[in-house]
Design a protein around this ligand. Sequence first.
Ligand SMILES: [Zn+2]
Length: 89
Amino acid sequence: MGRLNIYTVLSGTTENWTVTKMDRDFEVEDTYYVSKHVSVCSCFAGSKSTCRHRQLVDIFSAENKIDSREAYDFDKKRWVPRPKAAMEP
Ligand SMILES: [Zn+2]
């Protein structure tokens, strides 16, 4: 079974967006922090010019889905609705 790469973006703090990577049950696996002021992310590629987390912030922002109950499958490029029973990140 392939690994699922689904993410959600939360408005976080005045400093950072919060990008959470979740498993297929919407349980949080990893959390990354993307600066709202400079192009920096807390992941291993954070000092490069971009990374998937910064792309995710752009995708969520463009579709007004920040803080929504939807997640985004980065590999399949599709939105994934959160199951009703799943917990909030
Ligand atoms: Zn990143």
